[in-house]
Unconditional design. Structure first.
Length: 245
């Protein structure tokens, strides 16, 4: 009996220390498992079985709309790229036609500039909603420290997801900035001039700007894969489906 009481007291003390730690970190209520257990995001349905927690309607709507806009922007952008490849000029390497949208240069430009307004408005609204309602999903200075020092898989996974999510927003914003500079280079000459850092190496600011803008496509693709992979580890296919459906 004494041994059981001692063990129970030890568990209670460990639980209290964990509660205090979570309050200090500002993460109480965000982790759905204790540090010694695998986190699972679940809700109970009417039958009593566990299912991944559904995201709010506005989150699911933005997930689906974001994916559609990104596909349209990437496909039309690659069509523009094929008309005058960044590397090698008109004789340079091109991407397969099935990855492009528009059929030719003018068609690609129509799609790209037509969707650009939706892209900018959607990105601005998405960032605004995150800052207002779900700012805890954005990374802070402690996440890098968590990856370096924490031995808790749930905390490391949460930090990785927050960093990936925040980097996606940064890359999307950078893509918009570089795209606007290419769209209106005369009016936004000061923005184009920021990319003159490679001129000592023989690369014009315009070429550097084109390279940076093109690089956002593989960058956001890699971050998207990481985002999906981390979500899969937390809730599997059912969570991924509830992110957009």
């Amino acid at each position: 009996m004494g041994g059981n009481r001692k063990g129970l007291t030890g568990h209670c003390g460990e639980f209290c220390r964990w509660i205090v730690w979570q309050r200090v970190q500002g993460q109480l209520g965000r982790l759905t498992a204790f540090p010694w257990r695998q986190p699972v995001i679940t809700l109970s349905d009417a039958s009593g079985s566990a299912r991944p927690g559904a995201h709010p309607l506005w989150t699911r709507a933005f997930h689906g709309f974001n994916l559609l806009v990104l596909l349209l922007m990437a496909g039309s952008g690659l069509e523009i790229y094929n008309a005058n490849p960044v590397f090698g000029g008109r004789a340079g390497a091109t991407v397969p036609e099935w990855l492009t949208l528009g059929g030719w240069l003018a068609g690609g430009r129509d799609w790209h500039f037509g969707v650009m307004g939706l892209y900018a408005a959607n990105l601005g609204l998405w960032i605004g909603l995150l800052l207002q309602r779900r700012h805890r999903r954005l990374a802070d200075g402690g996440d890098l420290g968590t990856l370096r020092r924490s031995a808790s898989p749930p905390r490391r996974r949460l930090a990785s997801h927050r960093i990936t999510y925040t980097l996606m927003l940064v890359v999307l914003a950078f893509s918009l900035i570089t795209g606007l500079a290419m769209y209106k280079p005369a009016q936004l000459w000061w923005l184009v001039s920021l990319f003159a850092f490679a001129e000592p190496a023989g690369h014009s600011s315009w070429q550097t700007l084109r390279v940076c803008h093109l690089a956002t496509i593989p960058a956001i693709a890699l971050l998207l894969v990481a985002h999906v992979g981390l979500s899969w580890r937390v809730g599997g296919l059912r969570l991924l489906r509830r992110m957009a459906l």
